[in-house]
Ligand binder design. Structure first.
Ligand code: ADP
Length: 454
């Protein structure tokens, strides 16, 4: 096991990693920007180093500053968390060349799966159905039209190097397809430094279901069930749960086995998530993409499996063998996570940064809060708006919902606006209560609310 690691991240995930390290007996080094000097990840780490100014490009994305901090503090490994440098193969490569263990998959794994076209062909070869679409990147409008004709409208144009729900365009006809192609290519270049795009069939009202996997460096790989992340706004997840109301034991096993075949074919190591779309019209699953890092929503899997994913991630990075066996992994009860963002949902989710004068975190049986906020903490406008993850566990989905309703009522953050009231609306919605949702749920809920006001 490592004796000291550096955490190249901030906010709740940096704190989450520090907690895992404490329990593993690993010392921690935090890095922070000038804007984060009063953050808890700075206070709770064994050592902390300022790596630059507030903008991420000067600090949390500043590779030379992070590597220098790692060298000065003599750490053996770097945990990238999620976002920032977590899926940057170049960063993983630099760590590898500096003899610092990157706590994640190999740079080659990241590069392969980071290119969504390569990821699609890899998974397809392993027998996982992929969303129908192009088999190579689309360069010309003729290629685009040909692909659309073969799969039928509607289609979606996506960036091969995409992420964060950015740069996707839905097209219902030839005219729209041609006009969107060039803008999508330009947007992909501007956002991801790579103009390559591809086309997929646009699945109408799917569910987003993802499979958690965990693999060691000795060829053992496990699947840890699914998360249902259909509650999204603008392709960004807002609420996640495990198990999914539409996945039974038999299906879970089948999907898990297919996914493992895919990741084993590329000798994947570490934690990872394989994202699928579920078309309820024909009960079909399709591979969408793979995320080669720990996900924001990992706690729901931890709650139902009882497995600490961050500790396992660190253990396998240190070369340890996985002690867990596939047959011992069971999903117990149900877990839900609400992402509490500093946003005003009644005002088009406008960011609401600022100082927190008072906060009261919920507690009691079945409640977990992963957060970095405290009274007096100032939410910076420089970073994403996630302020807390409220996670609950119950023996059944209904029990988990009851606990979530109760915990949301207790959760108080003043005076900034948060998405707590929005989650309260979701918890009362009859479709959500029935588990009958799609990725269009939030859009439809907001539409219904604005109609109600007319
Ligand atoms: P990103 O990497 O940018 O997050 P993803 O490929 O994971 O992009 O897609 C994000 C979300 O966009 C999905 O959860 C889903 O809601 C929607 N989406 C992506 N591809 C399709 C598709 N082919 N059909 C319908 N919805 C899609």
């Amino acid at each position: 096991m490592f004796s000291k690691i550096l955490i190249a991240n901030r906010g709740e995930i940096a704190l989450r990693i520090i907690r895992a390290c404490r329990e593993l007996g690993v010392r921690t080094v935090s890095v922070y920007s000038e804007a984060d000097k009063d953050s808890l990840h700075v206070r709770f780490a064994d050592e902390a180093i300022c790596i630059g100014k507030a903008p991420s490009s000067s600090s949390y994305l500043n590779i030379p500053a992070i590597i220098s901090a790692a060298e000065i503090t003599d750490v053996e490994a770097i945990h990238p968390g999620y976002g920032f440098l977590a899926e940057n193969p170049h960063f993983a490569e630099i760590c590898e060349s500096c003899q610092i263990t990157f706590i994640g998959p190999t740079s080659e794994n990241i590069r392969l799966m980071g290119d969504k076209m390569t990821a699609r062909t890899t998974m397809q070869k392993s027998g996982l159905p992929i969303v129908p679409g192009s088999t190579s990147t689309i360069k010309t409008k003729e290629e685009a039209l040909k692909t659309a004709k073969s799969i039928g409208y509607p289609v979606i144009i996506k960036a091969a190097a995409g992420g964060g729900g950015k740069g996707m365009r839905i097209c219902h006809n030839d005219i729209r397809l041609i006009s969107s192609l060039m803008t999508a290519q330009a947007e992909a270049e501007a956002n991801f430094g790579n103009p390559n795009v591809y086309i997929e069939k646009y699945i109408e009202k799917p569910r987003h279901i993802e499979i958690q996997i965990l693999a060691d460096k000795h060829g053992k790989a496990l699947h840890l069930g699914e998360r249902d992340c259909s509650i999204q706004r603008r392709h960004q997840k807002l609420l996640e749960e495990s198990p999914s109301p539409v996945v039974d034991h038999k299906l879970r096993k089948r999907l898990g086995e297919l996914v493992l075949k895919g990741i084993k074919s590329i000798n994947y190591v570490g934690v990872g998530t394989v994202e699928l779309l579920f078309d309820s019209k024909n009960n079909h699953f399709y591979f969408m993409e793979m995320n080669t890092r720990i996900q924001v929503e990992h706690p729901v899997t931890e709650m139902v499996t009882g497995i600490d994913l961050i500790k396992e991630q660190i253990r396998v990075a240190a070369g340890e063998r996985l002690k867990i066996h596939q047959e011992d992994i069971r999903l117990h009860g149900a877990s839900i996570e609400c992402r509490i963002n500093a946003e005003d949902y009644e005002n088009n989710f406008l960011p609401s940064p600022g100082k927190i004068d008072f906060c009261m975190l919920p507690g009691g049986p079945g409640v977990r809060v992963d957060t970095h906020i405290y009274p007096g903490y100032t939410i910076s406008p420089y970073y994403d708006s996630l302020v807390a993850k409220l996670i609950v566990h119950g023996n059944t989905r209904q029990e988990a919902i009851k606990t979530m309703q109760r915990a949301l009522n207790e959760f108080t953050i003043e005076p900034i606006k948060t998405t707590i009231p929005f989650h309260q609306r979701i918890m009362e919605n009859t479709d959500f209560l029935k588990g009958d949702v799609s990725t269009h749920f939030v859009q439809e809920l907001l539409k219904d609310e604005s109609k109600g006001e007319e």
